[in-house]
Ligand binder design. Structure first.
Ligand code: NCD
Ligand code: ZN
Ligand code: ZN
Ligand code: ZN
Length: 343
Protein backbone atom coordinates (compact mmCIF):
# COMPACT_ATOMS: atom_id res chain seq x y z
CA UNK A 1 0.00 0.00 0.00
CA UNK A 2 1.37 3.42 -1.00
CA UNK A 3 0.73 6.37 1.30
CA UNK A 4 2.05 9.95 1.26
CA UNK A 5 5.11 10.82 3.38
CA UNK A 6 3.47 11.41 6.77
CA UNK A 7 3.77 14.51 8.98
CA UNK A 8 4.29 14.32 12.76
CA UNK A 9 3.44 17.73 14.22
CA UNK A 10 4.57 16.99 17.80
CA UNK A 11 8.05 15.60 18.49
CA UNK A 12 10.88 16.42 20.89
CA UNK A 13 14.26 16.00 19.20
CA UNK A 14 16.17 17.35 22.24
CA UNK A 15 18.65 19.51 20.31
CA UNK A 16 20.11 21.74 21.68
CA UNK A 17 20.98 20.65 25.19
CA UNK A 18 19.47 17.17 25.49
CA UNK A 19 21.47 15.28 22.88
CA UNK A 20 22.03 12.33 25.21
CA UNK A 21 18.28 11.63 24.85
CA UNK A 22 17.95 12.24 21.08
CA UNK A 23 19.42 14.42 18.34
CA UNK A 24 18.29 15.55 14.90
CA UNK A 25 19.99 12.59 13.20
CA UNK A 26 18.64 9.80 15.44
CA UNK A 27 15.21 11.42 15.81
CA UNK A 28 14.80 11.95 12.08
CA UNK A 29 15.98 8.38 11.40
CA UNK A 30 13.30 7.14 13.82
CA UNK A 31 10.81 9.32 11.91
CA UNK A 32 11.71 7.81 8.52
CA UNK A 33 11.58 4.27 9.90
CA UNK A 34 8.11 5.13 11.21
CA UNK A 35 6.86 6.50 7.87
CA UNK A 36 7.24 10.23 8.64
CA UNK A 37 9.06 12.47 6.18
CA UNK A 38 8.25 15.79 7.89
CA UNK A 39 8.39 16.77 11.57
CA UNK A 40 7.42 19.77 13.67
CA UNK A 41 9.74 19.80 16.69
CA UNK A 42 9.00 21.35 20.07
CA UNK A 43 10.86 24.33 21.60
CA UNK A 44 11.34 22.99 25.18
CA UNK A 45 15.04 22.48 24.55
CA UNK A 46 18.02 23.80 26.55
CA UNK A 47 18.09 26.73 25.93
CA UNK A 48 14.41 26.89 24.94
CA UNK A 49 13.62 28.35 21.51
CA UNK A 50 12.07 31.59 22.80
CA UNK A 51 14.37 34.07 21.02
CA UNK A 52 14.93 34.57 17.31
CA UNK A 53 18.62 33.82 17.83
CA UNK A 54 18.16 30.47 19.61
CA UNK A 55 15.38 29.47 17.20
CA UNK A 56 17.53 30.33 14.16
CA UNK A 57 20.58 28.42 15.29
CA UNK A 58 18.48 25.33 16.13
CA UNK A 59 16.59 25.54 12.81
CA UNK A 60 19.89 25.74 10.91
CA UNK A 61 21.17 22.67 12.75
CA UNK A 62 17.88 20.84 12.10
CA UNK A 63 18.28 21.53 8.38
CA UNK A 64 21.89 20.33 8.29
CA UNK A 65 21.66 17.30 10.60
CA UNK A 66 18.23 15.76 9.87
CA UNK A 67 17.47 12.96 7.43
CA UNK A 68 13.95 14.30 6.83
CA UNK A 69 12.36 17.78 6.85
CA UNK A 70 12.20 19.33 10.33
CA UNK A 71 10.51 22.62 11.25
CA UNK A 72 10.76 24.11 14.73
CA UNK A 73 8.04 25.70 16.86
CA UNK A 74 8.68 29.05 18.48
CA UNK A 75 8.32 28.94 22.26
CA UNK A 76 6.39 31.51 24.29
CA UNK A 77 8.03 32.98 27.36
CA UNK A 78 6.79 35.87 29.52
CA UNK A 79 10.38 37.16 29.73
CA UNK A 80 10.82 37.31 25.94
CA UNK A 81 7.57 38.84 24.69
CA UNK A 82 9.50 41.24 22.44
CA UNK A 83 10.76 38.31 20.39
CA UNK A 84 7.30 37.14 19.29
CA UNK A 85 6.83 39.36 16.20
CA UNK A 86 10.19 38.30 14.77
CA UNK A 87 9.55 34.63 15.61
CA UNK A 88 6.11 34.88 13.98
CA UNK A 89 7.79 35.71 10.66
CA UNK A 90 9.88 32.53 10.75
CA UNK A 91 8.27 29.70 12.73
CA UNK A 92 5.22 27.76 11.48
CA UNK A 93 3.46 28.09 14.85
CA UNK A 94 3.80 29.16 18.49
CA UNK A 95 3.87 26.77 21.46
CA UNK A 96 2.63 27.83 24.90
CA UNK A 97 3.11 25.54 27.89
CA UNK A 98 0.19 26.46 30.15
CA UNK A 99 0.72 23.60 32.61
CA UNK A 100 3.65 21.83 34.23
CA UNK A 101 5.41 19.28 32.04
CA UNK A 102 9.04 18.37 31.22
CA UNK A 103 11.42 21.34 31.41
CA UNK A 104 11.11 24.86 32.82
CA UNK A 105 9.26 26.43 29.86
CA UNK A 106 5.85 27.54 31.17
CA UNK A 107 3.69 30.67 30.95
CA UNK A 108 1.69 31.57 34.04
CA UNK A 109 -0.70 34.41 34.71
CA UNK A 110 -3.55 35.85 32.66
CA UNK A 111 -1.68 39.06 31.84
CA UNK A 112 1.16 37.17 30.20
CA UNK A 113 -1.23 34.93 28.27
CA UNK A 114 -3.19 37.96 27.06
CA UNK A 115 -0.03 39.65 25.77
CA UNK A 116 1.03 36.52 23.93
CA UNK A 117 -2.38 35.88 22.33
CA UNK A 118 -2.64 39.57 21.37
CA UNK A 119 0.76 39.74 19.67
CA UNK A 120 0.80 36.45 17.70
CA UNK A 121 -0.66 36.75 14.15
CA UNK A 122 -4.04 35.19 13.38
CA UNK A 123 -2.56 33.44 10.34
CA UNK A 124 -0.43 30.95 12.31
CA UNK A 125 -1.61 28.48 14.99
CA UNK A 126 -1.07 28.98 18.71
CA UNK A 127 -0.45 25.49 20.09
CA UNK A 128 -0.99 24.82 23.76
CA UNK A 129 -0.05 22.22 26.32
CA UNK A 130 -3.28 22.71 28.28
CA UNK A 131 -4.88 20.26 30.68
CA UNK A 132 -8.26 20.43 32.39
CA UNK A 133 -9.34 24.01 33.09
CA UNK A 134 -6.45 25.35 31.00
CA UNK A 135 -8.26 24.04 27.90
CA UNK A 136 -11.22 26.29 28.71
CA UNK A 137 -8.89 29.22 29.35
CA UNK A 138 -7.13 28.70 26.00
CA UNK A 139 -10.48 28.44 24.17
CA UNK A 140 -11.63 31.66 25.80
CA UNK A 141 -8.48 33.51 24.78
CA UNK A 142 -8.66 32.17 21.21
CA UNK A 143 -12.29 33.29 20.93
CA UNK A 144 -11.55 36.71 22.42
CA UNK A 145 -8.52 37.42 20.25
CA UNK A 146 -9.83 35.50 17.22
CA UNK A 147 -6.69 33.37 16.91
CA UNK A 148 -6.28 29.83 15.59
CA UNK A 149 -5.87 27.59 18.65
CA UNK A 150 -4.41 24.09 18.36
CA UNK A 151 -4.73 21.93 21.49
CA UNK A 152 -1.89 19.41 21.82
CA UNK A 153 -2.28 15.81 23.04
CA UNK A 154 -5.93 15.94 24.20
CA UNK A 155 -6.33 13.11 26.73
CA UNK A 156 -9.57 13.50 28.71
CA UNK A 157 -13.22 12.99 27.85
CA UNK A 158 -14.18 16.39 29.33
CA UNK A 159 -11.50 18.12 27.22
CA UNK A 160 -12.42 16.53 23.88
CA UNK A 161 -16.14 17.15 24.51
CA UNK A 162 -15.46 20.82 25.29
CA UNK A 163 -13.39 21.15 22.10
CA UNK A 164 -16.19 19.49 20.11
CA UNK A 165 -18.66 22.07 21.48
CA UNK A 166 -16.28 24.94 20.69
CA UNK A 167 -15.85 23.67 17.11
CA UNK A 168 -19.61 23.30 16.68
CA UNK A 169 -19.94 26.91 17.83
CA UNK A 170 -17.58 28.02 15.07
CA UNK A 171 -14.41 28.66 17.06
CA UNK A 172 -11.15 28.42 15.08
CA UNK A 173 -9.78 25.47 17.06
CA UNK A 174 -8.04 22.27 16.02
CA UNK A 175 -6.55 19.45 18.10
CA UNK A 176 -4.40 16.34 18.13
CA UNK A 177 -4.34 13.07 20.07
CA UNK A 178 -1.44 10.69 20.68
CA UNK A 179 -1.34 6.93 20.14
CA UNK A 180 -0.46 6.37 23.80
CA UNK A 181 -3.72 7.96 24.90
CA UNK A 182 -5.59 5.91 22.27
CA UNK A 183 -3.97 2.55 23.07
CA UNK A 184 -3.03 2.73 26.78
CA UNK A 185 -4.88 3.53 30.03
CA UNK A 186 -4.15 3.94 33.75
CA UNK A 187 -3.95 0.13 33.99
CA UNK A 188 -0.93 0.25 31.64
CA UNK A 189 0.56 3.13 33.64
CA UNK A 190 0.53 0.87 36.71
CA UNK A 191 2.20 -1.94 34.72
CA UNK A 192 4.80 0.29 33.01
CA UNK A 193 5.76 2.51 35.95
CA UNK A 194 7.98 5.41 34.77
CA UNK A 195 7.89 4.00 31.20
CA UNK A 196 4.15 4.72 31.12
CA UNK A 197 4.43 8.19 32.66
CA UNK A 198 3.89 11.24 30.47
CA UNK A 199 1.94 14.53 30.46
CA UNK A 200 -0.97 14.40 30.15
CA UNK A 201 -0.99 11.14 32.13
CA UNK A 202 -2.83 8.10 30.78
CA UNK A 203 -6.60 8.24 31.27
CA UNK A 204 -9.43 5.96 32.27
CA UNK A 205 -11.10 3.53 29.84
CA UNK A 206 -13.88 6.17 29.53
CA UNK A 207 -11.36 8.83 28.46
CA UNK A 208 -9.86 6.40 25.95
CA UNK A 209 -13.27 5.50 24.54
CA UNK A 210 -14.19 9.18 24.15
CA UNK A 211 -11.02 9.81 22.13
CA UNK A 212 -11.82 6.93 19.77
CA UNK A 213 -15.39 8.23 19.36
CA UNK A 214 -14.13 11.70 18.45
CA UNK A 215 -11.46 10.39 16.07
CA UNK A 216 -13.82 10.56 13.08
CA UNK A 217 -15.34 13.95 13.99
CA UNK A 218 -13.55 16.32 16.38
CA UNK A 219 -9.91 15.25 16.17
CA UNK A 220 -7.83 16.80 13.40
CA UNK A 221 -4.44 15.10 13.78
CA UNK A 222 -2.63 12.18 15.31
CA UNK A 223 0.79 13.16 16.66
CA UNK A 224 3.30 10.96 18.47
CA UNK A 225 4.48 13.43 21.16
CA UNK A 226 7.77 11.54 20.75
CA UNK A 227 9.42 12.49 24.08
CA UNK A 228 12.49 10.30 24.63
CA UNK A 229 14.30 10.08 27.97
CA UNK A 230 17.09 7.60 28.81
CA UNK A 231 16.44 4.50 30.88
CA UNK A 232 18.73 5.90 33.59
CA UNK A 233 16.60 9.04 33.79
CA UNK A 234 13.38 7.02 33.86
CA UNK A 235 14.75 4.87 36.70
CA UNK A 236 15.42 7.91 38.94
CA UNK A 237 13.54 7.46 42.21
CA UNK A 238 13.09 11.20 42.57
CA UNK A 239 12.36 13.31 39.50
CA UNK A 240 11.89 10.73 36.76
CA UNK A 241 10.98 12.90 33.72
CA UNK A 242 7.59 12.44 31.98
CA UNK A 243 7.45 11.43 28.30
CA UNK A 244 7.62 8.38 26.06
CA UNK A 245 9.05 7.85 22.55
CA UNK A 246 6.59 7.29 19.70
CA UNK A 247 8.01 7.92 16.23
CA UNK A 248 8.58 4.24 15.42
CA UNK A 249 5.32 2.95 16.96
CA UNK A 250 2.70 5.51 15.86
CA UNK A 251 2.06 4.28 12.32
CA UNK A 252 2.28 0.56 13.24
CA UNK A 253 -0.35 1.12 15.96
CA UNK A 254 -2.65 3.05 13.63
CA UNK A 255 -2.21 0.48 10.83
CA UNK A 256 -3.13 -2.19 13.37
CA UNK A 257 -6.32 -0.30 14.22
CA UNK A 258 -7.08 0.00 10.49
CA UNK A 259 -6.48 -3.73 9.94
CA UNK A 260 -8.98 -4.40 12.75
CA UNK A 261 -11.55 -2.10 11.13
CA UNK A 262 -11.46 0.48 13.94
CA UNK A 263 -10.57 3.28 11.49
CA UNK A 264 -10.20 3.53 7.70
CA UNK A 265 -6.87 3.95 5.91
CA UNK A 266 -8.31 7.06 4.23
CA UNK A 267 -9.05 8.65 7.62
CA UNK A 268 -5.50 7.83 8.77
CA UNK A 269 -4.11 9.77 5.82
CA UNK A 270 -6.28 12.75 6.79
CA UNK A 271 -5.07 12.62 10.41
CA UNK A 272 -1.38 12.06 9.61
CA UNK A 273 -0.92 14.04 6.39
CA UNK A 274 -3.76 16.13 4.95
CA UNK A 275 -4.86 17.94 8.12
CA UNK A 276 -1.34 18.56 9.54
CA UNK A 277 -0.27 20.09 6.22
CA UNK A 278 -3.36 22.27 5.98
CA UNK A 279 -3.37 23.45 9.62
CA UNK A 280 0.34 24.38 9.67
CA UNK A 281 0.52 25.48 6.02
CA UNK A 282 3.42 23.09 5.36
CA UNK A 283 5.16 22.80 1.98
CA UNK A 284 4.64 19.89 -0.38
CA UNK A 285 7.39 17.27 -0.70
CA UNK A 286 7.69 16.30 -4.37
CA UNK A 287 8.21 12.63 -5.34
CA UNK A 288 7.75 11.57 -1.71
CA UNK A 289 5.81 8.50 -0.54
CA UNK A 290 5.93 5.52 1.80
CA UNK A 291 5.21 1.85 1.17
CA UNK A 292 3.59 -0.15 3.95
CA UNK A 293 2.67 -3.81 4.21
CA UNK A 294 -0.75 -3.43 5.88
CA UNK A 295 -1.00 -7.15 6.70
CA UNK A 296 2.48 -7.88 8.11
CA UNK A 297 2.07 -9.38 11.60
CA UNK A 298 4.83 -9.08 14.22
CA UNK A 299 5.52 -8.17 17.83
CA UNK A 300 6.76 -4.63 18.52
CA UNK A 301 10.44 -5.03 19.51
CA UNK A 302 11.91 -4.45 22.96
CA UNK A 303 14.37 -1.99 21.44
CA UNK A 304 13.08 0.28 18.67
CA UNK A 305 15.94 0.66 16.19
CA UNK A 306 16.60 4.36 15.83
CA UNK A 307 15.48 6.45 18.80
CA UNK A 308 18.45 6.99 21.11
CA UNK A 309 16.45 6.01 24.19
CA UNK A 310 15.97 2.48 22.75
CA UNK A 311 12.82 1.56 24.71
CA UNK A 312 9.10 1.83 24.05
CA UNK A 313 5.90 1.55 26.11
CA UNK A 314 4.56 -0.58 23.24
CA UNK A 315 7.26 -3.29 23.33
CA UNK A 316 5.67 -6.74 23.16
CA UNK A 317 2.41 -5.53 21.60
CA UNK A 318 1.11 -7.46 18.58
CA UNK A 319 1.12 -5.28 15.46
CA UNK A 320 -0.41 -5.60 12.00
CA UNK A 321 1.17 -3.26 9.46
CA UNK A 322 4.77 -2.35 8.79
CA UNK A 323 6.70 0.41 7.00
CA UNK A 324 8.73 -1.22 4.21
CA UNK A 325 10.05 1.57 2.07
CA UNK A 326 10.30 5.38 2.12
CA UNK A 327 11.13 7.59 -0.84
CA UNK A 328 11.93 11.25 -0.07
CA UNK A 329 12.19 13.66 -3.01
CA UNK A 330 12.87 10.80 -5.39
CA UNK A 331 15.51 9.17 -3.20
CA UNK A 332 15.03 5.82 -1.47
CA UNK A 333 15.83 6.43 2.23
CA UNK A 334 14.24 3.35 3.84
CA UNK A 335 14.44 -0.15 2.38
CA UNK A 336 13.04 -3.31 4.05
CA UNK A 337 12.25 -1.16 7.10
CA UNK A 338 15.87 -0.03 7.52
CA UNK A 339 17.11 3.55 7.17
CA UNK A 340 19.80 3.61 4.47
CA UNK A 341 23.15 5.31 5.13
CA UNK A 342 22.36 5.73 8.83
CA UNK A 343 25.55 4.42 10.43
C1 NCD B 1 7.32 16.13 26.98
C2 NCD B 1 8.86 16.16 27.02
O1 NCD B 1 9.45 15.22 27.56
O2 NCD B 1 9.44 17.09 26.47
N1 NCD B 1 6.86 15.20 27.98
C3 NCD B 1 5.64 14.63 28.03
O3 NCD B 1 5.36 13.95 29.03
N2 NCD B 1 4.76 14.74 27.07
C4 NCD B 1 6.75 17.50 27.18
C5 NCD B 1 5.32 17.64 26.71
O4 NCD B 1 5.02 17.33 25.55
O5 NCD B 1 4.45 18.08 27.48
ZN1 ZN C 1 2.87 18.74 26.29
ZN1 ZN D 1 5.37 17.01 23.75
ZN1 ZN E 1 16.79 -4.79 27.00
Amino acid sequence: MILPGLVDIHVHLRTPGGEHKEDFRTGSAAALAGGFTMLLAMPNTQPPLVTLESWHSAQTRAQNESLCDVFLYAGASAEKLNELPALANEAPALKIYMDQTYGPLRVRGLENLIRIFASWPASKPICVHAEGESVALALGLAATYNKHLHVCHVARKSEIELIAKAKAGGLPVTCEVTPHHLFLTQADAARLGPYGDMRPTLGTPEDQQALWQHLITTIDCIASDHAPHTRDEKELIDGSPPGVPGLESTLPLMLTAAAQGRITYARLVELLYTNPRRIFNLPEQADTFIEVDPLAKYTFPEHPLYTKCAWSPFSGMPMTGKVQRVVLRGQEVVRDGLVLNFR
